[in-house]
Ligand binder design. Structure first.
Ligand SMILES: Nc1ncnc2c1ncn2[C@@H]1O[C@H](COP(=O)(O)OP(=O)(O)O)[C@@H](O)[C@H]1O
Ligand SMILES: CC(C)(COP(=O)(O)O)[C@@H](O)C(=O)NCCC(=O)O
Length: 309
């Protein structure tokens, strides 16, 4: 294990043994494995046991300490104990695998705590709708800090953390490449909430309070830009396949035209939008995460960085 300034650098082989002891932490059942396969049949089950089970163990430790601290605070203030959701943030580039990681963690945590409610949202839903981006002249800045309705996102986080009742999160669809009108995810009194998005560790200058102020644990999914570009293009290919029979799909015109020119457009989008966003606004947030999951080829995680303090 390397001992860098702010993080322990832990190789996969070292990390895989940290899955903890005791019933709550051990192994993974066949049902769990089946559910994970259903979620993404390309996800490596070796990653689940070598990487995600120790990660779950670490999160469980933090969660349990968090609950104790909250109870002590109520005791100190002589108020009735009340539940406040434990919030996990997941950051990283477009197409690095944040939502796949988030869904997997949601499943693993639900299994560890069958009596608890574990919910998940993506901050994509807080992008301004395409019409507003056009109005503001920033359609080619989608994903950049100015393309998000940050006051709305902060208001949402505040409402969830204060347990004010059901809170609506707007929904984004890659299929229509826009916010879905009148559709929401309802976050209702979760014990654990996972918030995934490229911007979750950013410190926008327009806000007094940051999304990350609400986090009790944070993860950054990391990889070399060239690999992420490859995953972005693979996902683009998949999106075209899904679009080819659906004229309402944003990708339909690309899906029915020549793939070579569609890919040329996608490579341009990567270079001019997503890569720039990664370098200017996403990568600089990496060192705020509690844990950095470092991926190599085929999404295999080779190293984990754990923040020391
Ligand atoms: N662990 C993994 N194994 C295999 N494929 C993965 C893995 N994680 C993500 N992918 C694939 O990589 C692409 C990007 O992942 P996604 O979760 O959509 O990224 P993000 O939410 O960061 O944009 C998708 O096509 C997804 O299926
Ligand atoms: C909606 C997004 C900002 C968020 O990305 P995600 O990490 O969910 O893939 C991104 O997918 C996006 O649309 N970027 C703009 C350029 C493009 O990829 O089309």
């Amino acid at each position: 294990m390397k001992n860098e300034m702010k993080y322990y650098e832990i190789s996969r082989d070292e990390w895989r043994v940290f899955h903890g002891r005791g019933d709550a932490y051990t192994g993974i059942t066949d049902t769990e494995l089946e559910q994970i396969r259903g979620l993404n049949d390309r996800i490596s089950l070796a990653d689940v046991s070598d990487i995600y089970l120790p990660l779950r163990h670490l999160i469980q430790m933090h969660y349990e300490q968090y609950q104790m601290r909250q109870a002590e605070k109520s005791e100190f203030l002589e108020i009735k104990p009340h539940r406040t959701p434990f919030i996990i943030g997941i950051a990283g580039s477009v197409a690095v695998g944040k939502s796949t990681t988030a869904r997997l963690l949601q499943l693993l945590l639900s299994r560890a705590y069958p009596d608890k409610k574990v919910q998940m949202i993506t901050t994509d839903g807080f992008l301004y709708p395409t019409a507003t981006l056009k109005q503001k002249g920033i359609l080619d800045k989608k994903g950049f800090p100015e393309s998000y309705d940050m006051p709305h996102l902060i208001q949402f986080m505040n409402a969830v953390k204060n347990n004010v009742g059901p809170v609506k999160a707007p929904k984004y669809s890659h299929q229509i490449y826009d916010i879905v009108p009148d559709e929401f995810d309802v976050i209702d009194d979760p014990d654990i909430l996972i918030v995934e998005g490229i911007n979750v560790l950013q410190l926008p200058s327009t806000e007094q309070i940051y999304v990350s102020d609400f986090f009790d644990f944070s993860i950054y999914v990391d990889a070399q830009a060239d690999l992420i570009k490859k995953w972005f293009l693979e996902r683009f290919d998949l999106l075209l396949d899904l679009a080819k029979d659906d004229p309402t799909n944003y990708y339909y015109p690309y899906a029915i035209s020549d793939r070579q020119s569609a890919f040329k457009m996608a490579r341009r989008v990567w270079r001019d939008i997503n890569l720039q966003n990664l370098n200017e606004y996403i990568l600089p947030t990496r060192n705020r995460a509690d844990v950095i999951l470092h991926k190599t080829k085929h999404h295999v995680i080779d190293k984990v960085f754990l923040r020391k303090y």
